[in-house]
Ligand binder design. Structure first.
Ligand code: SF4
Length: 496
């Protein structure tokens, strides 16, 4: 993961507006392949399928049996790896790649992954999805020992811990390093003869194994296997290290076993709906959430309208359960979603219409149930409700496919500080007034867990990480991140 700026600013210091600024953001996606002649091209395709996990920068490192070939760039995978000459240079049968969501500005270039370092045992490239919660503590200790950091990424801490490890074998060095870190990590790493995949003991972030024509691969989500026609083998287990080499795949479980806490928000919003994670179809889970939501917060209405695209499966489930017809009452423009723009008064006035527009015939005169995945700051929800009202809706009832987001995430998702989260400041009635809805309801925590196939949330041993809804941070927050503060790990030098 990369350390990100909470308030995106342009080079002149003015705030920038992101067209999708009122959603939490997954910060990274990773992919690796071993044993394929076209390794780098397959990594590029895998990253393209994972583009929703990070759009600001991407990178690939391949190894051809003699040399490592790195290429990193700001921008989308399709642009960064479109040059055929570049792809021809990225030779080799092994490669790893990374997409990231990160800050604007040139200072962030040095943070683009995969990170690469030369060691006595040879080169090592590493790509990380997640966030280390003791990176700041470890970093200051490492700096005192003389380590010189090249980036402001928490992931570089792992590289330095590997460098100073006294073990001789690279896998032992990696285990030694990971035993010292806290927090969430799914990692792919590349050596001269190995592709290595790791998930932290809680398994907060996903990582799956696939195979294709004798080659093996690792990816954040199964949709990245689908794009290259690979077969899904299994999830990397929480706390598992898989080492893929010429002789095949070997599994190591070097960490004390702990109860897993997969990020439940992956199922609500982050993951692509065509992915299957932890044996759960993301699309089906979202539809089940919609059904639970309808059971819990039914309302008399004429049409169920999703806030596209993320609200679509839950809205379908709500419609099926309630019997209220589903319709696309809001149309999304797919070509502005990732654009940063200067907030002139005129642009501010355009507001959310850059991305969403009301489909008036589906809305006018109707009582509308709007279904969205979450409310973060409430700014987008307010604009969307007002847009639907201006389109002539008789009533607007907002239904949210997650519990109220009351706490920041410290495990690899960019969230505003607690005081900026609407649900941390207001109760549901106040929020309904704030977003100008006739009614507002969120799925209950137990309803969410039922949609995941559980009987409910186990309060003693919750089956998922749900800290952004509960404040129950299972993984230690060693760097002093505290409930309600903006103490999220950020190194300000990145923005100097
Ligand atoms: S705090 Fe929320 S977003 Fe972060 S890992 Fe946990 S469930 Fe996922």
């Amino acid at each position: 993961m990369i350390i990100t700026h909470p308030f995106r600013s342009g080079p002149d210091g003015r705030d920038l507006v992101h067209a999708d600024e009122d959603h939490l953001r997954e910060e990274c996606g990773i992919f690796g392949i071993h044993g394929h002649q076209e390794a780098a091209r397959h990594v590029a395709l895998g990253l393209h399928a994972l583009q929703h996990r990070g759009q600001e920068a991407c990178g690939i490192v391949s190894y051809d049996g003699d040399q490592f070939h790195p290429h990193r760039a700001v921008g989308l995978v399709g642009d960064a790896f479109a040059d055929e000459r570049l792809m021809a240079q990225m030779a080799g049968k092994m490669g790893i790649g990374h997409v990231r969501y990160a800050t604007t500005g040139g200072a962030g270039l040095r943070n683009i992954q995969p990170l690469y370092a030369d060691f006595a045992f040879g080169g090592l490239a590493i790509a990380h999805n997640g966030n280390l919660t003791n990176a700041l503590t470890l970093r200051s200790q490492l700096v005192q020992r003389g380590c010189i950091f090249q980036s402001t990424s928490d992931s570089e801490v792992i590289v330095h811990l590997i460098a100073i490890s006294l073990y001789t074998d690279v896998v032992d060095k990696l285990i030694d390093a990971l035993r010292q870190v806290h927090g969430a990590y799914s990692i792919v790493a590349l050596t001269r003869d190995k592709l290595i995949g790791v998930r932290d003991p809680w398994g907060v972030r996903p990582l799956v194994i696939g195979k294709l024509d004798g080659a093996m691969m690792l990816a954040s989500e199964t949709c990245a296997l689908d794009i290259i026609g690979a077969e899904f083998v299994r999830d990397v287990e929480p706390g598992e290290i898989v080492v893929i080499e010429e002789s095949g795949l070997r599994s190591i479980k070097p960490f004390p076993k702990t109860a897993s806490r997969f990020c439940i928000f992956e199922h609500i919003y982050f993951a692509r709906p065509d992915s299957v994670l932890e044996n759960v179809s993301v699309y089906e889970a979202r539809k089940r959430i919609g059904r639970e939501l309808a059971q819990e917060s039914m309302v008399e209405a004429d049409v169920v309208v999703p806030v596209p695209d993320s609200g679509v499966p839950a809205a379908l489930g709500f419609s099926e359960q309630s019997g209220i017809p589903f319709d696309y009452g809001i149309i999304r423009n797919h070509y502005v979603g990732r654009t940063f723009i200067e907030p002139t008064d005129q642009i501010r006035h355009l507001g959310v219409k850059l991305k969403h527009n009301a489909n008036v015939p589906m809305i006018k005169g109707r009582r509308v149930v709007l279904v969205d995945d979450s409310i973060v700051r409430g700014t987008t929800s307010t604009k969307i409700v007002n847009m639907v009202r201006e389109a002539g809706a008789a009533e607007v009832h907002m239904r949210i496919a997650s519990p109220p987001t009351t706490h920041p995430c410290f495990y690899g998702v960019d969230t505003p500080s607690r005081e900026k989260l609407l649900a941390a400041r207001m109760d549901i009635e106040e929020m309904a007034r704030f977003i100008n809805a006739d009614s507002l309801a969120f799925i209950s925590m137990d309803g969410l867990y039922r949609a995941m196939g559980e009987e409910g949330r186990n309060p003693v041993q919750p089956q998922y990480c749900d800290a952004c809804f509960t404040g129950d941070y299972a993984l230690p927050l060693t760097d002093g991140q505290v409930d309600g503060s903006d103490a999220k790990f950020r190194l300000r030098s990145d923005f100097a």
